[in-house]
Design a protein around this ligand. Structure first.
Ligand SMILES: NC(=O)c1ccc[n+]([C@@H]2O[C@H](COP(=O)([O-])OP(=O)(O)OC[C@H]3O[C@@H](n4cnc5c(N)ncnc54)[C@H](O)[C@@H]3O)[C@@H](O)[C@H]2O)c1
Length: 262
C-alpha cells in the first residue's frame, strides 16, 4: 500500500480562506505538505495560512496577472510547487426563466476561466523547464451538480460540467506533452458551508421547497449514505488524489457525494 504521506510536497489551494478549500488546506498540511493558501479574502486567508504553518498569497483566479504573481510567490515561499487544487468557485441560484446574465458571467469567470487559468499556470510552472519543473498533480473541484439535475442551479451545473471536461482534456494534453502532471477532479455532494447553506436557503426562497430544511431533506433522501457531506469528506478525497496512492489515477472525476450522483 502506497502511503498518503505528503511530506516534502508543496500545495497551493485556491479559495482556501473558508469552506471546503480551508478544509483541504488543513488536510494537506496534516498529511505533511507545505500549503499555500490563495484567496481574494486576505485577512481570513492569512489566518488559515498561519494556523497550518503555511503561506498566504492573494489570488483572484479570474485574473491572469494575479495568477502569475501568486504562483511566482508560492514557488518562492514554499520552495516549489507539486500540487494545485482549483477549488475557488461561486454559485448563484435562479430559475432559468429569471436568470441574470451578469450572474452567469460571474460563474463562468470564476468557475470556468479561473480553473482554466489555474491549469495553465500549473502546467507552465510544474512542467519540464518551469519554475518548479518536477511534475505534479492538479485537482479541480467540480460538483455533484455536474452529474445530476437539480432545480435552480442550471448555469452553475453547466460551469461544473465544464470543469469536468477541462479535467479530461488537460490530463490528455499533459500526457501528450510529457508534462508529468496528473489531472483529476472531484464531484463534492452538498456540504453546509456558506455556499452549501446558501443554496438550501435559495431553494426555499425560490419556492421550490417549503423551507431550507426541506431542501436539505430532499438531498439526503437522494443520498444512499443518508447524510450531507462534510468538509473532511472532501478534504480526504483531495489528499488521496494528491498522494502517490493515486499515482495511476488520471483524468477522472471522483464522486464524493455518498452515492447521490450515481
Ligand atoms: N459546498 C458545497 O455544497 C459544494 C458542493 C459541490 C461543489 N462545491 C464547490 O466547492 C468549492 C468550494 O465551495 P465552498 O462551499 O467552500 O464555497 P465558499 O463560498 O464557502 O468558499 C469559496 C471560497 O472561494 C473564494 N473565491 C471566490 N471567488 C474567488 C476568486 N475570484 N479568486 C479566488 N478565490 C475566490 C472565496 O473567497 C471563498 O473563500 C467551489 O468550487 C464549489 O463550487 C461546493
Amino acid at each position: 500500500m502506497t502511503s498518503l504521506d505528503l511530506t516534502g510536497r508543496r500545495a497551493l489551494v485556491t479559495g482556501a480562506a473558508q469552506g471546503l478549500g480551508e478544509g483541504m488546506a488543513r488536510a494537506l498540511a496534516a498529511a505533511g505538505a507545505t500549503v499555500v493558501v490563495a484567496d481574494v479574502q486576505d485577512e481570513l486567508g492569512g489566518k488559515v495560512a498561519e494556523s497550518v504553518g503555511g503561506h498566504f498569497v492573494h489570488l483572484d483566479v479570474t485574473d491572469e496577472s494575479s495568477w502569475e504573481a501568486a504562483v511566482g510567490s508560492a514557488v518562492e515561499q514554499a520552495g516549489g510547487l507539486d500540487v494545485l487544487v482549483n477549488n475557488a468557485g461561486v454559485e448563484i441560484s435562479d430559475l432559468i426563466m429569471n436568470v441574470d446574465p451578469d450572474d452567469v458571467r460571474r460563474m463562468l469567470e470564476v468557475n470556468v476561466l479561473g480553473t482554466t487559468l489555474g491549469i495553465k499556470h500549473a502546467f507552465r510552472t510544474m512542467g519540464p523547464g518551469g519554475a518548479a519543473g518536477a511534475g505534479g498533480v492538479v485537482i479541480n473541484v467540480s460538483s455533484v451538480a455536474a452529474t445530476i439535475a437539480f432545480p435552480a442551479i442550471s448555469a452553475y451545473s453547466a460551469t461544473k460540467s465544464a470543469v469536468d471536461r477541462l479535467t479530461r482534456v488537460a490530463a490528455m494534453e499533459s500526457g501528450k506533452l510529457g508534462l508529468g502532471i496528473r489531472v483529476n477532479c472531484v464531484y463534492p455532494g452538498l456540504v453546509p458551508t456558506e455556499m452549501g447553506a446558501g443554496l438550501a436557503n435559495d431553494m426555499a426562497r425560490l419556492g421550490l421547497f417549503g423551507s431550507a430544511e426541506e431542501a436539505v431533506g430532499a438531498v439526503v433522501e437522494l443520498t444512499p449514505s443518508g447524510r450531507l457531506g462534510t468538509v473532511e469528506d472532501m478534504a480526504d478525497a483531495v489528499v488521496f488524489l494528491a498522494s502517490d496512492a493515486a499515482k495511476f489515477v488520471n483524468g477522472i472525476g471522483l464522486p464524493v457525494d455518498g452515492g447521490m450522483g450515481m
